[in-house]
Design a protein around this ligand. Structure first.
Ligand SMILES: [Zn+2]
Length: 188
């Protein structure tokens, strides 16, 4: 069975910005698609456990609840309108039971995905502390490092050499990049 990781990670091909936002919507790291974006229900993890991309820059603040309210109010409001205008025989107790429960359920179900998408959008747009990450992505794209396995090289490039080394070992798709030249006389 295809897992969410298979759907969103897809190593070995370029990743578009909408796909990065979709990764966030699914609660995955927008950079690699493998690590988790959330530590708890609405608590964004400080960094990706898979590629090390830092998430603590995000400033989602109150925006996700506004988006959720916008969606839920339209769905529930339209549902109430249709049920009131087209169906006469619906008992009042059904309305009283259905709409509050649907409002609560939809809100709770949408809050995390919407917040994930907002954080991923900030990552894509290089907002707040993500601007350095965006510059590095553009830099690498301009220098042609995004040739064969573009996306998976990105997060590792922003960490220290020893960490990058470890992560490259852990990820077989991460291509080798030329290291510093060996000192003269050192056996290869
Ligand atoms: Zn990651």
């Amino acid at each position: 069975m295809t897992s969410i990781v298979d759907l969103v990670a897809r190593p070995g091909r370029p990743v578009s910005d909408p796909e990065r936002v979709a990764r966030g919507f699914l609660g995955r790291c927008p950079a690699c698609g493998e690590g988790h974006l959330f530590g708890r229900y609405l608590k964004v993890a400080p960094a990706c456990e898979s590629c090390g991309t830092e998430f603590h820059h995000h400033r989602a603040d109150d925006f996700p609840p506004y988006v959720v309210m916008f969606i839920v109010c339209h769905v529930v409001g339209y549902g109430i309108y249709v049920s009131e205008t087209r169906f006469d025989e619906i008992a009042l107790w059904i309305h009283m039971a259905l709409w509050p429960a649907l409002t609560l359920g939809l809100s709770l179900a949408l809050l995390q995905p919407v917040k994930g998408a907002v954080v991923a959008l900030q990552y894509v747009l290089g907002m707040h502390g993500f601007d350095a990450e965006l510059r590095r992505r553009r830099d690498r794209r301009e220098r042609g490092w995004s040739g064969g396995v573009p996306d998976q090289t990105e997060p590792g490039a922003r960490v220290g050499p020893h960490e990058a080394e470890g992560r490259r070992d852990a990820d077989p798709d991460r291509p080798e990049r030329p290291g510093p030249p060996a000192p003269h006389g050192t056996p290869a």
